[in-house]
Design a protein around this ligand. Structure first.
Ligand code: FPP
Length: 243
C-alpha cells in the first residue's frame, strides 16, 4: 500500500493541478521510435493522470497540450498531434463520462483546425454537467496571448463605455481571461528536466507552487504524482504575506 502524502498544517488544499506534459519526443527517441509514438504514450498517460487526480480529490486539472509556439514544429508532427486530440476525445469519451470528468478547452479555439475545434466544443457541451473533475486542455494556448486577448476585450468595453480606464484592476483582468471561473493553479508540475514555464498560465501561476522532475512525461506514474503532492503539502504558501 502506498503511503499517504503527509499533510502539513500550512499547505492549502490542492484544488487545481496544472501539468506541462513535456518529454514525449525524448521518450520516443530513447526507444528508437518516431516522435508520434511518444505523443501517443503521452496521451495514454494523461488518462492515468486523470484517474490519479480523481482519486486524490483534485477538482481541476489543466494540461499543456499544444502551445501557440508549437505551430513551429514540422507539419506532420502538428498533424499527428491534432489527430491525437480528436482520437483522445473519441476513445476516452465513455470513460470520462463514467469518471464524472468535464472537459474544457483553454486557448484560442478559433485558431484550431475546424475538425479539432468542433470535436472539442462538442465534448465540452456533452460533459457540461459533470462535476468530479474538470479536465482543461490548453490547446493553441499561450499565456501572453491570453493576456493580450483580455486587454483587447477590456479596451472594447472601455470604448462601449462599460469600463473606466482608471478603475481597471487585477480582478478586471482576471475576469477577462479565457476561463475566469477556474481558480488559479495551486501546483504546476513540469517533468522531463526542464525548469521553466514556457508561456503556461503566466497570470494564473503568479503564486503557484512549482515542482520539477527528471522523469519524461510518458513515464510519469503514481509514485511521481505522490511525491509531487507530498512536496506540495510541505510548502508554506504565504502569497506575499508573513507566516
Ligand atoms: C512536449 O513534449 C509535448 C507536447 C508539445 C505535446 C503534448 C501532447 C501530448 C501529451 C499528447 C496528447 C495530448 C492530449 C490532450 C490527447 P516534446 O514533444 O516537446 O518532448 P521533447 O522535449 O522530449 O521533444
Amino acid at each position: 500500500m502506498r503511503p499517504e502524502p503527509e499533510k502539513n498544517a500550512t499547505a492549502a488544499p490542492l484544488r487545481h493541478l496544472a501539468v506541462i506534459m513535456d518529454g514525449n519526443g525524448r521518450w520516443a527517441k530513447r526507444r528508437l521510435l518516431p516522435r508520434k509514438a511518444g505523443h501517443r504514450a503521452g496521451a495514454k498517460n494523461l488518462r492515468r493522470l486523470c484517474q490519479m487526480c480523481g482519486q486524490a480529490g483534485i477538482s481541476y486539472l489543466t494540461v499543456y497540450a499544444f502551445s501557440t509556439e508549437n505551430w513551429k514544429r514540422p507539419e506532420d508532427e502538428v498533424a499527428t498531434l491534432m489527430r491525437l486530440f480528436i482520437e483522445f476525445l473519441n476513445d476516452y469519451d465513455r470513460e470520462m463520462e463514467s469518471e464524472g470528468i468535464r472537459l474544457r478547452v483553454l486557448g484560442d479555439v478559433s485558431g484550431l483546425p475546424a475538425n479539432v475545434r468542433e470535436s472539442m466544443l462538442a465534448a465540452e457541451e456533452r460533459s457540461r454537467g459533470r462535476e468530479r473533475l474538470q479536465l482543461i486542455l490548453a490547446l493553441n494556448y499561450g499565456g501572453r496571448a491570453e493576456i493580450a486577448a483580455a486587454v483587447n476585450r477590456i479596451a472594447e468595453r472601455v470604448l462601449q463605455g462599460e469600463l473606466i480606464p482608471g478603475q481597471i484592476d487585477e480582478t478586471t483582468v482576471a475576469r477577462h481571461l479565457y476561463l475566469p471561473d477556474v481558480p488559479d493553479p495551486d501546483l504546476i508540475i513540469r517533468p522531463s528536466g526542464e525548469q521553466r514555464l514556457s508561456n503556461f498560465l503566466l497570470w494564473q501561476g503568479a503564486y503557484s507552487e512549482l515542482w520539477f522532475s527528471d522523469v519524461l512525461w510518458p513515464d510519469f506514474r503514481q509514485d511521481d504524482f505522490d511525491r509531487a503532492l507530498a512536496a506540495y503539502s510541505e510548502r508554506e504558501r504565504r502569497f506575499g504575506g508573513l507566516k
